[in-house]
Design a protein around this ligand. Structure first.
Ligand SMILES: O=C(CO)[C@H](O)[C@H](O)COP(=O)(O)O
Length: 219
């Protein structure tokens, strides 16, 4: 895998100025939009759904990376594709027939990925890895932005990177939660490819510069 990617998490954007924040990401060195969908069941928070993603898609000039924190995500794959998802990731913990759910995502024309909660062993992915465009490792308990990064993530990345290399795959590793300038380089050195950052970017006074700095740190 060549260059490392930054995906600003729209969860931390200013929803009353969403178009402005989307344009900022368009103009920035960031690579994807990271979009968190929460249902109040799988995680104890509710974020936004299809109408908001459809509105984002109208202005976004970069791929939409849609992270589904919902129970039985297989019910909504077609609808997320329709409103503009390019990459769809589903939690290992949220869907009984993971292989079938990933096939559904592929069949609608999106790239498919699996997300693991903080303490779900990476070994559960051994057999499904060849079907994963990407694996997202949560580095916090999912549901809320602005939480503290959990350092167990580094060893989890290393284990997963070894599994990917051992199978000669080019599956991407994405990290989500508490990412900032203090851990970005170490995350990439451990073997990750895509960093999601919400609060660190959107709470900074110069968001374009913050993204530029983050990108420089991992290039
Ligand atoms: O998936 C998420 C929460 O479940 C968010 O993407 C994550 O919280 C990013 O936010 P921050 O960078 O503020 O930690």
């Amino acid at each position: 895998m060549g260059s490392k990617l930054i995906a600003p998490s729209i969860l931390a954007a200013d929803f009353a100025n969403l178009q402005r924040d989307i344009e900022m990401v368009n103009q920035s060195d960031a690579d994807w939009f990271h979009i968190d969908v929460m249902d109040g069941h799988f995680v104890p928070n509710i974020s936004y759904g299809m109408p908001v993603i459809k509105a984002i898609k109208k202005h976004a000039k970069k791929p939409l990376d849609v992270h589904l924190m919902i129970e039985k995500p297989e019910r909504y794959i077609e609808e997320f594709k329709k409103v503009g998802a390019d990459i769809i990731t589903v939690h290992y913990e949220s869907t009984v027939h993971l292989h079938r759910t990933l096939s559904l995502i592929e069949n609608v024309g999106c790239k498919a990925g699996v997300v693991l909660n903080l303490t779900t062993p990476v070994s559960v992915l051994e057999d499904i890895l060849p079907k994963c465009y990407m694996v997202l490792l949560m580095s916090i308990n999912p549901g809320f932005g602005g939480q503290k990064f959990e350092s167990m993530t580094y060893s989890r990345i290393k284990k997963l990177r070894k599994m990917i290399n051992d199978q000669n795959l080019d599956t991407l590793i994405e990290i989500d939660g508490g990412v900032n300038d203090k851990n970005a380089k170490q995350l990439v050195d451990a073997g990750s490819d895509v960093l999601v950052a919400g609060s660190y970017i959107f709470q900074s006074s110069d968001q374009l510069q913050t993204i530029k700095n983050l990108k420089a740190l991992i290039s």
